[in-house]
Design a protein around this ligand. Structure first.
Ligand SMILES: Nc1ncnc2c1ncn2[C@@H]1O[C@H](COP(=O)(O)OP(=O)(O)O)[C@@H](O)[C@H]1O
Ligand SMILES: NC(=O)OP(=O)(O)O
Length: 309
């Protein structure tokens, strides 16, 4: 049976070790070889991806070269730039992976605008980590914004991350999906915009790609929201001797684990919250959190952490 699958690619699908264009393209070629298995299986793929490391690096490059003739561009524009660059790498990789399997599937990436509330409290409380990791000492000497500790992995710049409300280009994405085109959209969470009468205005922020992917999954009425990250399953009591793998979990059970504080805010919590939100808002669908390495089993539908009504 053909399924509509929104797959949200996490950091390790794009940036494995080196942040060079070449290394990221190589990682995306490996990712595409895995993802093409869904297409071979007859499924429709609706792809989204993160941009946290890339958008932070782009800002640093701009700051390093700043002059009157070469000003630093606003963050919403930088999100659009990274959505474009990663989208380009990914559409090239997906097209090649399809051809290698004898498939002539069309692939397109779209710079997507995502509507947010201009009064979202996150504009006054930055939480979204971007760019490279620093030591505490390095971070405390920075003067270009707020730096916070990121889930035990080091210190990173943090920026506002409003919740997505609607995807401006949802209808065109749906049309492309219905025509059998593999779409790459809401990359980096999409460009944050607010509605001002007839106009859309960009806002300096980075939307969480898991929440934006959830909105995308609702918009296309996906059978599955698949969040791919660095672990094959979500765990409770993670990183302790009593850690336990979650396999099939109901929305109510997952909500209880969230309330018990089982998931780290900067890493696993947004994924679990996005999974719960999708199944609550679109109960016909399921949400799966797993890793690229585990994809063969996920394609068969019996692996990863599966959140169901
Ligand atoms: N409860 C948990 N269960 C599984 N992994 C967890 C948990 N808490 C934190 N993690 C870590 O969070 C990571 C996912 O967050 P992150 O790397 O920020 O996401 P992304 O893959 O989108 O870049 C996992 O690879 C794992 O190392
Ligand atoms: N925008 C976003 O959520 O990016 P990461 O997943 O790379 O943090």
């Amino acid at each position: 049976m053909s399924r509509k699958i929104v797959v949200a690619l996490g950091g390790n699908a794009i940036l494995v070790d080196k942040p060079t264009a070449e290394a990221q393209q190589e990682a995306l070629h490996k990712t595409a070889k895995q993802l093409v298995k869904f297409i071979k299986n007859g499924d429709s793929l609706i792809i989204s991806h993160g941009n946290g490391p890339q958008v932070g690096n782009l800002l640093l490059q701009q700051q390093a070269a700043e002059s009157e003739k070469n000003p630093v561009l606003p963050l919403d524009t930088c999100v659009a730039m990274t959505e474009g660059s990663i989208g380009y790498w990914l559409q090239q990789a997906m097209r090649e992976a399809c051809r290698m399997e004898g498939l002539d599937t069309e692939v397109v990436s779209l710079v997507t605008q995502v509507v947010v509330d201009e009064n979202d409290p996150s504009f006054h409380n930055p939480t979204k980590p971007i760019g490279p990791f620093f030591t505490e000492e390095e971070a405390k000497s920075k003067t270009d914004g707020v730096y916070k500790e990121d889930a035990g992995r080091g210190w990173r710049k943090v920026v506002a991350s409003p919740r997505p409300i609607a995807i401006e280009e949802a209808n065109v994405i749906k049309r492309l999906v219905n025509e059998g085109v593999v779409t790459i959209s809401v990359g980096g969470g999409g460009v944050p915009v607010v509605r001002k009468g007839m106009k859309l205005e960009g806002r300096e922020a980075v939307i969480d790609k898991d929440f934006a992917s959830e909105k995308l999954a609702e918009a296309v009425e996906a059978d599955m929201l698949l969040i791919l990250t660095g672990v094959p399953n979500v765990f409770i009591r993670y990183n302790t001797p009593e850690q336990k793998k979650l396999e099939e979990v109901t929305v109510e059970e997952m909500k209880q684990y969230i309330a018990d504080g089982e998931f780290a805010p900067g890493s696993m919590l947004p994924k679990v919250e996005a999974a719960v939100e999708f199944v609550e808002n679109y109960p016909k669908g399921v949400a799966v959190i797993s890793s690229l390495e585990n994809l063969d089993a996920v394609v068969k539908g019996n692996s990863g952490t599966i959140v169901k009504k």
